[in-house]
Design a protein around this ligand. Structure first.
Ligand SMILES: C[S@@+](CC[C@H](N)C(=O)[O-])C[C@H]1O[C@@H](n2cnc3c(N)ncnc32)[C@H](O)[C@@H]1O
Length: 209
């Protein structure tokens, strides 16, 4: 799929996907964002945050009451960015409709991505690792380790859209692959429970986790 088709794919999917994943207030995607929030909560401010693949700004919405945060959210879906801009967030929170290929990584303390790496090629993940200049990072990925949930997830993807998205489906990676592509050595991995597919790789610390 070329980038225009990928953007169209997400324009059609993102708001329904978010609604389905977040409305229950529990589950993998909810755990992922709350884990990331706990990690950011443990950091001292002021803090300049760059979020890649920010969707409609749900993470920014969670952060908004924290003092002294400057936030930039980037996503290539114009539907997601329009929705993010409709949120009444502090003026230090800005959103850009951009592909990660075009992002200026300079001047941030923390780069975060939730659910983005799964949709990127190895080259794009490496580019994030190379271009990120911030001392701190939080990136989620879907683990390749065998687990019944992974099997069910890949069946669900094939049946619902994989058969028509020309191979544009989420990727599973190992810890070693993600660490190598991002070129990181010192980090911790966070996962909520044994059956969780989602991992967060980060060098931020939190007393809550
Ligand atoms: C699974 S959603 C996650 C959204 C949000 N981070 C969350 O966790 O709720 C992945 C997001 O990444 C965005 N995305 C995928 N590929 C991208 C790219 N190459 N550049 C910018 N955004 C991208 C999609 O538009 C989508 O909003």
């Amino acid at each position: 799929m070329n980038i225009l088709d990928q953007q169209k794919f997400w324009d059609n999917k993102i708001l329904n996907w978010e609604k389905a994943r977040y409305s229950r207030g529990r589950g993998e995607i909810h755990d992922r964002i709350t884990t990331a929030y706990s990690l950011v909560s443990g950091m001292s401010s002021p803090l300049r945050i760059l979020e890649l693949g920010c969707g409609s700004g749900r993470f920014a919405h969670m952060l908004q009451n924290k003092p002294e945060i400057e936030y930039v959210g980037v996503d290539f879906s114009s539907v997601a960015i329009r929705k993010a801009e409709e949120r009444a967030l502090p003026k230090e929170y800005r959103f850009f409709c951009q592909s990660i290929e075009d992002v200026d990584f300079k001047g941030f303390d923390l780069v975060i991505s939730l659910g983005l790496l799964d949709w990127l090629t190895d080259e794009q993940v490496s580019k994030i690792g190379k271009e990120s200049q911030s001392p701190f990072f939080i990136h989620s990925y879907s683990s390749k380790d065998w687990n019944p949930i992974k099997f069910l997830h890949s069946c669900f993807v094939s049946i619902t859209y994989g058969y028509k998205s020309s191979g544009y489906v989420p990727k599973y990676r190992s810890e070693a692959e993600v660490a190598r592509l991002l070129d990181v050595r010192k980090y911790k991995l966070y996962k909520k429970n044994l059956l969780s597919l989602s991992r967060i790789m980060s060098n931020c610390e939190s007393d809550e986790l």
